[in-house]
Design a protein around this ligand. Structure first.
Ligand code: ADP
Length: 395
């Protein structure tokens, strides 16, 4: 049915490589999101699947059939774009059915498909409305219905929610998930918004500079990012990154030492430069760390900026020299940590605090290549740990 395969697909424009050796195996019925920063090649990848752009190299198949050189209309796909191009002088029925009527479908068949599609996107009763009598969200639903009536095996969507306001975008996310369940079709969805990718997809293809970085379920990208790029891109606010140097029992960063059992990590040795990554929700005030099974040693810091969000407070803290009174936020990234704190916490700016990191949620990356080395660290000789065993053979 709706499997989509990209094998070594590249697209070059003169000196720009928009898509670089992309390999994707998308299963029938999957909701896959192509996500990455602006200009990373998401749209170009989608356009090669649609047949709107010919790849410079590589092979594309849809439903077990090679389509690399087929025109869009013969690929069994339907597209929904960011800019909803409805015909302003046609009502909703005519807009939805335009393509079918062009192909001379029987009237009853057109009616049936339009009614089914209108029901799926909840536009029943609005078929005689004109586009200028509808909201942005309703117009986007007309565009989606127009794709549905073609009964494609694969839906290709390029930032279809980008022009909607924030609230409607969140609402349409749930609608799209419902739609996916109802249609049981393959959906390939392009967005630069990692929150959209996290919430809707079965799998996320994270792309940077034309290259696929990781293709995995959203939580896997979040919890086990393959490299620094994925770690920094997935999750908002972003993961903290602090550079350091490996020593015999952990990582020495400019301001503090993070102990862990270095012997258990393959391929690292003393003096290697690593980047530690830790998410804001995994940094704790000492008083709040009771449930953290394996906390690091205490880190002295000073609060710098507070961002109260209502359900949590984002607190920027400065460590080391940066924590000394009088020093302001000129500190580089290695002296700063962003943490998420419970909103009922009495916390102020310029306040001395002690924090710990949840060691089991610390990530390590090779600073030079960016490749992940570990997700979650162990430290056998934690005094407060439940097992309480001594570290064996620490050299
Ligand atoms: P995204 O969708 O991730 O924002 P695009 O796929 O649109 O990125 O573009 C990827 C890169 O290819 C960008 O550097 C863009 O400028 C370039 N590009 C896209 N289309 C063309 C084109 N028709 N001619 C030249 N360069 C292009």
């Amino acid at each position: 049915m709706g499997e989509v395969n990209l094998e070594h697909v590249s697209k070059r424009y003169d000196d720009v490589t928009a898509v670089d050796d992309m390999n994707l195996e998308i299963e029938d019925g999957e909701f896959v999101t192509l996500v990455g920063p602006s200009g990373c090649g998401k749209s170009t990848t989608l356009e090669t699947i649609a047949g709107l752009t010919m790849p410079t190299e590589g092979k594309i198949s849809i439903a077990d059939r090679e389509v690399t050189n087929l025109p869009p209309k013969d690929r069994g796909i339907a597209m929904v774009f960011q800019n909803i191009a409805l015909f302003p002088h046609m009502d909703v029925y005519d807009n939805i059915s335009f393509g079918l009527r062009l192909r001379n479908y029987e009237k009853e068949e057109v009616d049936r498909r339009v009614e089914d599609a209108a029901e799926i996107v909840q536009l029943e009763g609005m078929l005689d409305r004109m586009p200028d009598e509808m909201s942005g969200g309703q117009r986007q639903r007309v565009a989606i219905a127009r794709a549905i009536v073609r009964e494609p095996e694969v839906f290709l969507m390029d930032e279809p929610l980008a022009n909607l306001d924030a609230k409607l975008r969140v609402h349409m996310r749930t609608e799209l998930q419902r739609l996916h369940k109802e249609l049981d079709a393959t959906i390939i969805y392009v967005t630069h918004d990692q929150a959209e990718a996290m919430t809707m997809s079965d799998r996320v293809a994270v792309i940077n500079k034309g290259e696929l970085q990781q293709f995995a379920p959203p939580l896997e990208c979040y919890n086990e990012p393959k490299n620094l790029f994925v770690a920094g891109f997935m999750g908002s606010p972003s993961m903290n990154f602090v550079e350091g140097v490996v020593d015999s029992n952990g990582l020495e960063t400019p301001d503090y030492h993070v102990e862990f059992d270095t012997g258990q990590l393959n391929g690292i040795s003393v003096d290697d430069r690593l980047t530690m990554g830790v998410r804001p929700e995994d940094v704790y005030l000492v008083d709040d760390a009771d449930n953290v099974a394996n906390p690091t040693h205490r880190i002295n810091a000073r609060t710098d900026v507070l961002e109260p969000m209502g359900d949590e407070i984002f607190v920027y803290i400065l460590t080391g020299e940066g924590s000394a009174a009088g020093m302001d936020a000129e500190a580089d990234d290695s002296h700063q940590l962003l943490m998420s704190v419970n909103p009922d916490k009495d916390i102020d700016i310029d306040q001395d605090v002690e924090v710990v990191l949840d060691r089991e949620r610390i990530h390590l990356f090779d600073t030079e290549t960016g490749d992940a080395i570990a997700h979650g660290l162990e430290f056998a000789s934690v005094e407060t740990g439940p097992t309480g065993t001594e570290a064996e053979g620490d050299d």
